[in-house]
Ligand binder design. Sequence first.
Ligand SMILES: CC(C)(COP(=O)(O)OP(=O)(O)OC[C@H]1O[C@@H](n2cnc3c(N)ncnc32)[C@H](O)[C@@H]1O)[C@@H](O)C(=O)NCCC(=O)NCCS
Ligand SMILES: Nc1ncnc2c1ncn2[C@@H]1O[C@H](COP(=O)(O)OP(=O)(O)OP(=O)(O)O)[C@@H](O)[C@H]1O
Length: 582
Amino acid sequence: MSYLQIDIDSRRTYEFQCSLLSHFTRYLCCLIVALSTRTSAENDLPLQALTKMAPVNTGILFLQFNSLATPYALSKIVLSALQKVDKLLYIKVKGLPLSETKVSTYNRIVNQIYNISSRNAVDRFDTRVVLTDFRDSLISPSVCVINKLHTSHTIETILMTSQEHSYAEFLENKRDGITSEALHIDTTFKDNDQHSIIEHQEKTQNHLPSSTDEDNIYDHVVIGGTFDNLHSGHKMLISAAILRCKKSLTIGVTDGIMIKTKKLWELIEPCQTRIKKLHEFLMDVEPRLQYKVVPITDLYGPTADDPALQLLVVSEETQKGGMKINQLRQEKGLSKLDIYSISVIDDNHAGAGEENKISSSSFRKRLLGSHIKPPKFKSKPYVIGLTGGIASGKTTISKRLKDLGAHVISCDHLGHLAYKSGTECYRQMIEYFGAGILNEENEIDRKKLGPLVFSNKDHLESLNKMVWPEIRRLYNKEINELKKQSFQGIIVLDAAVLLEAGWQEDCAEVWVATVPKEEAVKRIVERDHITVEQATRRVESQLSNSDRVASANVVICSIWEPEVTAAQVLKAWQYVQEFLAK
Ligand SMILES: CC(C)(COP(=O)(O)OP(=O)(O)OC[C@H]1O[C@@H](n2cnc3c(N)ncnc32)[C@H](O)[C@@H]1O)[C@@H](O)C(=O)NCCC(=O)NCCS
Ligand SMILES: Nc1ncnc2c1ncn2[C@@H]1O[C@H](COP(=O)(O)OP(=O)(O)OP(=O)(O)O)[C@@H](O)[C@H]1O
């Protein structure tokens, strides 16, 4: 071995920089650590003999660098750890060499961990590889930094590759009664694993672009992205940047027009939420860098005028963006950025019609029909508010729900009842608009009313004030009648104006039907035989998809074949059934 293994920070809880520690003292420490490690490790029970721990949400795996002799060993250890934690696994690699190690070596380990995790864990599983030790080993190998690890989530269990120490004292944010377990894994190479190892190795080799040496480290690094549903591809990009960064990392996060061309963009979280989540991830993996996380509304962001930036990290699919940036910088007399490019990581969970690579839009598609927010309350009967823009598929969805056994109340139908002569609403409307809105049978004529209200916002508002309370009274009457008949099932309140009228207050949850604006316009033109301009005006006069999605417990998108819509409805329906049965 060409390095000294030093593991002082796993012996003490205090946090200080011991730059004055002599090599001799360090060597002694190493010796003590190495000896104590061996003794306790020998006393370990084999994994099979350990009682199975209760499932926990968050854990940390302390991995010894020298146990990673092969990608196979790493795979086996990480896979084993993934099985013991439900939601979030931190991974900290200990015992790194003090010098002569390359960024690319560490970067490959990090990539491999993310690759294994994304291939083997469920979609929403969150793996976070702590980068502090890697950076210490790369940037200041002669300075021993002793850190207490602070994580944004409470750690419930500690996993290790050998039972040398509980490590609990090095965690700032840990559950009382934290458990620990040594993973004893047979990392002996088996012939039939050859294929998967070669595959892993290939996937985790970084693409080496011509403009930069993959082992260079820079003061000021920059990356950009949308970072919606932060996934392994993003984490690899961010890690590649952090490992090559000494002082500041600038991150441009797309906003505004940049996101509106993306699939299911209405489901993308607001820019400030994405920035907050990104920041939380950065603080977990390497809190000691200076981060400048800023919204961007074009592909250049701060690279258009920041002279200090030196390296841009991209992926093979966004390299072109890097070239455009350098073209602009050259035109402006700024220095060109070195460009480091990572490989794109594939998604082995990809379903039909999804991209091959891990992508946020596939995640968004998988969110359709699932409960993005839990129901507000449990009740019997159980009222679901179904809403959505014009031609978004509400009627089709409510028919499907009726087939599944729901009692559907159409607020459109109740609106017609509210206009009937003899109601309070009828009386108010004649008083406000005059008898000119009546037909020969003294019924309210919608064709006469339409031009009056759609040309005047105040009139429309007044009309809504008269009609909405009447509709609410009518649906409550129907719900109460169902209650009297001991109906215990699910009631669907199909209401285009559910959110505008505030009726979501009466619902345990809200389902929102969406289609992209262009598709809604196309459907309206075909159905109502009006012009594209007229259809566009109708769509634009309503609440936007993203406003509706903000209030949704479930989002259903009807852009694909009817069976895809039906599958989303069934998924959400089954969740509600399970929720009510609990
Ligand atoms: C215009 C940009 C920023 C928009 O980002 P985009 O919407 O693609 O972001 P997204 O969140 O999807 O991805 C962010 C980054 O992660 C990479 N990435 C996404 N998925 C994967 C994956 N499966 N494997 C590896 N990398 C991935 C993307 O290629 C991108 O580089 C970007 O695509 C681009 O052109 N980047 C190069 C220029 C740049 O960085 N500009 C901003 C400077 S501040
Ligand atoms: N995959 C799909 N899912 C649902 N509807 C679809 C789908 N594909 C096409 N459509 C069509 O879209 C149109 C609008 O659907 P629907 O009538 O259910 O919408 P809506 O939201 O009730 O509309 P409105 O509020 O204008 O009455 C219909 O003609 C429907 O057949």
